[in-house]
Design a protein around this ligand. Structure first.
Ligand code: ACM
Ligand code: ZN
Length: 375
């Protein structure tokens, strides 16, 4: 890009590059009100430049998403990771399973902390209940978000969590939980020992695939407790019939089976780094969040990797030492210098570097209930 007193000249390899050059002009004009004469030679270091928004803990809505997509485009971020489902609320219309949105998209209290820790209001309530907090995206909403994102060269990657982080799913469809005396309450893992679980996940993914064009589909995979699986007759029968050695391998089986399903539909799987635990195929993409080691390990064995280590890439940590005006955040102080000083290639061998496809920041909204705080 060449800016002279007479004109702005942009030469780009493709439409996306030209778009980003225009964003640079916009950014300079926004900051200074004038645009300085300059020459810029620029290209992306990474193909995946992501931002994740958690809409389960607190639902923000379409207008807020549009605003974030606009900001992403200005910052040349190109992957919007849409964390649509998790324990405190399901946020995506699924025609085959209406209770996910007619029931578990709504809770009696707004603030996640009251819901999760203080348990002031109970679990979920029916849509339309006076005072119900929540919401969800219809398929029409998603189509509009996708169009808005595409105009800004942003790909939307949906996340459907499995097998953990499924408290809400189990509240809507209790048969998806392990068969234990108290298996239907206060836990969040699906039962991988039941065929019905795979049928549910595949039916949901069918609708997700029909809606979202992204090649990568995020299947979560993080933080799944396995103690119930030890006690569950279905899980144990599955472990035995497959000749598996452990509950970790049972998660590995579920992940591999879902990956195969996605592949059969022409899509590829991406998941949090726990998908490595039970063995994962080389075609899966791994999101390294438990520090950087999972990402390095995955890249060394040939998997593509997105680095999003906690806490460096987590936006829900304090940014200042004083914490003044920051509201409640999830944890300690992550100064600006630390984040910007981090080299995503740190720890990667030369050969593994080619598998590092990008970086991402994540915004979890456990404590962040309103739009200004999230922003
Ligand atoms: C995560 O932060 N549990 C991926
Ligand atoms: Zn089970």
């Amino acid at each position: 890009m060449e800016i002279t007193p007479k004109c702005v000249k942009i030469v780009a390899a493709d439409e996306q590059g030209a778009y980003y050059a225009r964003q640079s002009v916009k950014m300079m004009a926004t900051i200074n009100d004038t645009v300085a004469c300059c020459t810029v030679l620029d290209w992306p270091r990474f193909q995946h430049r992501g931002f994740m928004l958690d809409e389960s803990r607190h639902y923000q809505g379409k207008e807020f998403v549009y605003k974030q997509l606009e900001m992403m485009a200005l910052l040349k971020l190109n992957c919007f990771h849409f964390h649509l489902v998790d324990n405190p609320g399901w946020r995506l219309q699924i025609d085959a399973y209406p209770r996910l949105t007619q029931f578990t998209a709504w809770r009696p209290v707004e603030y996640f902390w009251d819901w999760e820790v203080n348990e002031t209001g109970g679990d979920f309530v029916d849509e339309g209940t006076p005072g119900a907090y929540g919401g969800y995206y219809t398929k029409q909403d998603i189509a509009e978000i996708l169009a808005f994102a595409a105009e800004r060269h942003i790909e939307v990657i949906p996340e459907i969590e499995m097998p953990g982080h499924n408290y809400e799913t189990r509240a809507a469809y209790p048969e998806l939980a392990c068969s234990l005396k108290d298996g239907g309450t206060d836990k969040w893992e699906l039962c991988p020992g039941k065929e019905g679980t795979y049928e549910f996940l595949e039916n949901v993914l069918d609708e997700v695939i029909e809606l979202f064009p992204s090649e990568l589909i995020h299947i979560g995979g993080d933080e799944c407790p396995k103690d119930r699986w030890v006690e569950c007759e279905h899980c144990q029968a599955m472990i035995k019939s497959l000749g598996l050695e452990s509950e970790e391998e049972l998660q590995g089986y579920l992940v591999a089976r879902i990956e195969k399903y996605l592949n059969s539909k022409g899509r590829r799987m991406i998941g949090w780094d726990e998908i490595l635990d039970g063995g994962v195929t080389p075609t899966a993409t791994v999101m390294s969040w438990r520090g950087i080691n999972g990402g390095i390990y995955a890249a060394e064995r040939g998997n593509d990797v997105v680095m999003t280590p906690m806490p460096l890439c987590y936006l829900n940590f304090y940014q200042t030492e004083s914490r003044e005006g920051e509201g409640l955040q999830i944890g300690g102080h992550i100064p600006f210098e630390l984040v910007y000083g981090w080299d995503p290639y740190k720890g990667f061998s030369e050969q593994a570097k080619s598998h590092l496809i990008g970086v991402q920041c994540n915004m979890w909204t456990e404590y962040l209930k309103d739009m200004p705080t999230v922003e």
